[in-house]
Design a protein around this ligand. Sequence first.
Ligand code: 5GP
Ligand code: ZN
Length: 114
Amino acid sequence: MDECIFCKIVEGKIPASVVYEGETVLAFEDIQPTAPVHVILVPKRHVGSMMDMGDGQRELAADIMEAAVKVARLKGVDETGFRLVINCGPDGGQLVGHLHMHLLGGRKLTDGMG
Ligand code: 5GP
Ligand code: ZN
């Protein structure tokens, strides 16, 4: 997608601090972290939101989950714990229209669930 920030990061057209790269998933540091560990995981091919993760996306969904486990180890929060968040649509607070999962950790996450 031409105007998608995360597609541009995947294509290397916008710089990002990459934490992990797999066949289908890229993980990079959030530009405005809200926790000591704040990594964004995205499918490398454009998927707009969670609502586009319908039939036939099981493998990709599993890839993202597996990547999150790898990132948790790489960032050293596998023992201390972390939170995974996927925002979807306006009420969910999704600002970037390319499906992404936040991995947050490195402090006790005391915030509520909204
Ligand atoms: P959302 O609110 O859509 O779930 O979260 C989007 C996240 O992407 C935000 O945490 C924001 O800081 C991050 N973000 C937005 N633009 C960029 C960018 O150009 N580079 C990186 N690394 N993160 C970004
Ligand atoms: Zn995209």
